[in-house]
Design a protein around this ligand. Structure first.
Ligand SMILES: Cc1ncc(COP(=O)(O)O)c(C=O)c1O
Length: 436
């Protein structure tokens, strides 16, 4: 080590490292709705960690399942072998997916789930004799993690600027439209026609070159962009018409965030493939998964020559400790009715969030399920600074929120009560007034 600085070695992800290390804020413990920092201050978790601890923190059944499994079989490969927990979790996940999406491929993260889904889509088209279909379509302001596949189909300029992505990728326009949809509760009214842009891409490139379209049903990381009424169904219809595989990236929306196990199921639009991660294990152990329609699985697997059908997988696909965490998590979601929470608390949540309308700097509030996006007017000449300052002020006052650009996103654990909602929006309302 060159210097005697305990913070020097960890090159932090998606972090302004210099600013952080000048003013570190470190978490030390977590339980249910709260974190504690290293100084012992309690912080209400308004973001489920990073959209992932949906059942709250350090839940005993998950902790116990992890420690029991780590002590009995810490690791077991799933290449040409297997173990019962992986098969059990796959069946449990399949039961929660929309009809037909009942073949489950395990990964370790959302990024890996996205790359896996894109590869499966390409493999399926090839297996169907549609090998000219190699083009992938994403959407502006989409976030699909940080693999080369994910940054290629994703639509965040800073994720793409530095690295050349995959060739042959195109993008749909994003659906964010403040001029027509500001201060929407639930699905915004305007913008279903933006899905028709897929017809334009089909006309431009030829359907026979397009393998798959991937979108987040609700774009989370770029600031809670909720799909307009009818938009997802239109995308579904156009994909079906042209033989394009539709992938919903549900890394954020799966496992109760907008109600139900998936946004697809809750909103009644079924893609061909769903990616997930985060809430699958309540984030207690890293894990992701891809739910694939059995017709796609069968095309790939049954058309293959003897031997390995899909040349893809990770050492830790179906890791026993992650599977144990996943099974315990799904039990908790079921036993505590956490997928119903969006329905039960949704209108209280939305009213509380929208009560910030009229506060300083707020130019939009959007809510769906148990998510809220609060968009601030960017400070002239210093975009993102205002939201970053508010994020820091919230943390220093005992509230964790997520700042993305000039948008604050809230997505607390689904075990929250009305008093937590009051505390979150009460604090935010007060702190907005303190920010220049
Ligand atoms: C929709 C979506 N896809 C993919 C990812 C990437 O997941 P991970 O950070 O686990 O790789 C995220 C992360 O927030 C996400 O929101």
């Amino acid at each position: 080590m060159r210097e005697n600085d305990p913070l020097a070695a960890f090159w932090m992800p998606f972090t302004a490292n210099r600013a952080y290390k000048a003013h570190p804020r470190q978490l030390a413990a977590a339980k249910d709705m709260y974190y504690w920092d290293v100084a012992g201050n309690r912080i209400l978790d308004g973001t489920s960690g990073l959209w992932c601890s949906n059942a709250g923190h350090c839940r005993a059944p998950i902790v116990n399942a992890i420690s029991k499994t780590a002590a009995s079989m810490d690791f077991g490969p799933t290449f040409q072998l297997g173990h019962p927990l992986a098969f059990e979790l796959a069946s449990r996940v399949a039961e929660l997916m929309p009809d037909g999406l009942d073949r489950i491929f395990f990964t370790n993260s959302g990024s890996e789930s996205v790359d896996t889904a894109l590869k499966i889509a390409l493999a399926a088209q090839r297996a169907r004799g549609q090998g000219t279909r190699t083009r992938l379509i994403g959407r502006e302001r989409g976030y699909h993690g940080t693999g080369f596949g994910g940054i290629s189909v994703g639509g965040i300029v800073n994720n793409r600027r530095w690295w050349q992505g995959l060739p042959g990728v195109d993008h749909l326009p994003h659906t964010h439209d403040l001029s027509r949809n500001a201060f929407s509760k639930g699905f915004p009214q305007h913008g279903a026609e933006l899905a028709d842009d897929l017809e334009r891409l089909v006309a431009l490139h030829g359907a026979e070159t397009i393998a798959a379209v991937i979108v987040e049903p609700m774009a989370g990381s770029t600031g809670v962009l909720i799909p307009p009424v009818g938009y997802l169904q239109r995308l579904r219809d156009i994909c079906t018409k042209h033989g394009i595989i539709l992938i919903f990236d549900e890394v954020i929306t799966a496992y109760g965030r907008v109600g139900g196990a998936t946004a697809s199921g809750t909103w009644g639009v079924t893609p061909d493939i769903i990616t997930m991660a985060k809430g699958l294990t309540n984030a207690a152990v890293p894990m992701g998964a891809v739910a694939v329609h059995h017709s796609i699985h069968d095309d790939v697997v049954n058309n293959a020559a003897d031997g390995i059908e899909l040349f893809h997988g990770y050492t830790y696909s179906g890791h026993p400790v992650a599977c144990a965490a996943g099974i315990a998590t799904l039990d908790l979601y079921r036993d505590e009715g956490l997928f119903q929470k969006a329905e039960e608390l949704g209108s209280y949540w939305a009213d509380a969030a929208h009560s910030l309308k009229g506060k300083a700097h707020v130019i939009d509030i959007r809510t769906i399920g148990l998510v809220a996006g609060i968009e601030l007017e960017p400070r002239a000449g210093a975009p993102t600074k205002r939201a970053t300052e508010l994020f820091h002020a919230c943390f220093d006052n005992g509230l964790l929120v997520r700042a993305t650009g000039d948008i604050l996103a809230l997505s607390p654990p689904l075990i929250m009560e009305k008093s937590h909602i009051d505390e979150m929006f009460g604090k935010l309302g007060d702190l907005l007034a303190t920010i220049a």
